[in-house]
Design a protein around this ligand. Structure first.
Ligand code: F0G
Length: 443
């Protein structure tokens, strides 16, 4: 009998529950939902996961997401039964999560000033970003509940991933994007994979609220990271990192912060593994905002009303968040960064993000566009590819080390969230001899 899964409100005081087959992103009281499991997966599965790397032509073993399927079995299937897997699980032929694992990049380590720095290029996913980890699971749920159309808002990578899986599953896909604010390589993917692009005047936050209203009206299925099934797949980013480290957690895990889906999934993965006895130590989470889109940084660090926003056992000061959003709207403060992937002012997963930061004793920092560009360029000079938003990770580690928060001898895993999809950014960077790591062209 496979373990049972259900949906549960994240607010401990509310705790409303729903069947896993419900299409809901919030409980009746407007709180986000978690996927919960009744059974405790046995630690002997660690060996099973490792063995599956020799996949024997089973795409669900080949997939770096579904290889861990016992830890995200919301379809409640017999995970050893290939016919059941094939019937229920959506996969791009096993490609998602297959190439991403921690790598050591010596030039980045030297520059940042830490030896034990591992960087995990999630851009090496089929659509070129970490989104595929969560999209394969969200679209699996969409298929389970028999929806025909998926919908998302996006700064580009979500739409590329959603469109790719929708095309592969013969579903319709509408993507709401902030007009003129999406990298050309991302936009072209949405078109190429046959999505209906809807251009919104405004920023990502406006596109998200429009797409959610539209999903409500036409009965579309939202695949943004507020969808709890997205978060399930994104847990595997952490599973792959931990497996690589023989399940000995690092001291730090570092992510860029946008809508905070990654922060949320990292927190959920660690909370579950800890509760299940798979890990004994809890790594600290560091979230890196862009200075131009730094809502979490400001609220977490008490830069607004001198109050540090915390999870507070589920009783977060949501009034503070609302007042901050009102303050931004009233003063026409719009998120502005060249790293458009994380140009987000109202992180939809902020409460789940706070919960993750609370569980991991986490920190939030911010970096400038110039620092992100240097980070991106250095990753490139190690022969790896990442986009500007991911450059925030080396930049953030460097900053936290300089501030004495991260220590020189600590082990750090940083997640490089996406591949370069705006060729003008590295070209412009290297053509400008004033940039720290530029190699200008010669004639
Ligand atoms: N890095 C990249 C490359 C991204 O595309 C995003 C988000 C993030 C980081 C932030 O991750 O939202 O989990 O905190 N991109 C979304 C999109 C918003 O629409 O593609 P997060």
């Amino acid at each position: 009998m496979p373990p049972q899964a259900f949906l549960k409100c994240i607010d401990p005081a509310c705790g409303l529950q729903y069947p896993v087959t419900d299409i809901k992103i919030e409980c009746e009281k407007g709180h986000l939902l978690d996927v919960k499991y009744t059974a405790t997966p046995q630690t002997s599965l660690k060996e099973t996961f490792y063995k599956r790397r020799n996949h024997t032509n089973n795409i669900f073993n080949e997939s770096g997401v579904w290889r861990f399927r016992e830890l995200l079995n919301f379809c409640q299937i017999d995970t050893e039964d290939i016919d059941q897997c094939s019937k229920y699980l959506v996969s791009l032929d096993g490609a998602e999560g297959r190439l991403s694992k921690p790598y050591h990049m010596s030039r980045v380590s030297d520059y940042v000033g830490v030896k034990n720095l591992w960087l995990q290029p999630e851009g090496y996913n089929p659509s070129g970003s970490f989104k595929d980890n969560g999209m394969t699971t969200a679209v699996t749920h969409a298929k389970l509940v028999k929806v025909k159309k998926i919908i998302c808002a996006s700064t580009g990578n979500t739409s590329a991933s959603a469109a790719m899986y929708a095309a592969n599953e013969n579903m319709e896909c509408d993507v709401y994007i902030p007009a003129g604010e999406v990298a050309p390589g991302k936009l072209s993917q949405a078109f190429q994979f046959g999505a209906q692009v809807v251009e919104i005047k405004g920023n990502f936050d406006d596109a998200l609220s429009t797409s959610l209203k539209q999903a409500g009206k036409i009965g579309g299925y939202t695949v943004n990271s507020i969808n709890p099934f997205r978060i399930e797949g994104q847990k595997t980013i952490i599973f792959r990192a931990l497996e690589f480290l023989d399940w000995n957690p690092p001291d730090w895990i570092v992510y860029p912060g946008g809508a905070l889906g990654n922060t949320s999934s990292c927190g959920k993965a660690l909370m579950e593994l800890y509760e299940w006895g798979w890990i004994k130590k809890i790594p600290r989470l560091a979230v890196v905002n862009s200075e131009g889109a730094n809502t979490l940084y400001n609220l977490y660090n008490g830069k607004f009303e001198n109050t540090e926003l915390r999870w507070n056992k589920g009783k977060s000061d949501t009034g503070l968040i609302e007042r901050y959003y009102e303050y931004m709207d009233k003063n026409e403060i719009r998120p502005k960064t060249k790293a458009t992937a994380i140009q987000i002012a109202k992180p939809a997963n902020i409460l789940k993000g706070l919960r993750a930061l609370d569980f991991t004793n986490g920190v939030v920092t911010q970096v400038s566009d110039a620092e992100m560009l240097d980070g991106m360029a250095l990753v490139g000079l190690n022969g790896f590819d990442c986009e500007m938003a991911s450059g925030s990770v080396p930049a953030g580690v460097k900053k936290l080390l300089e501030e004495g928060i991260i220590k020189k001898d600590e082990t750090i895993v940083g997640i490089l969230t996406g591949r370069q999809k705006d060729s003008s950014i590295p070209v412009d960077y290297h053509k400008n001899p004033h940039n720290k790591f530029a190699i200008p062209p010669r004639s």
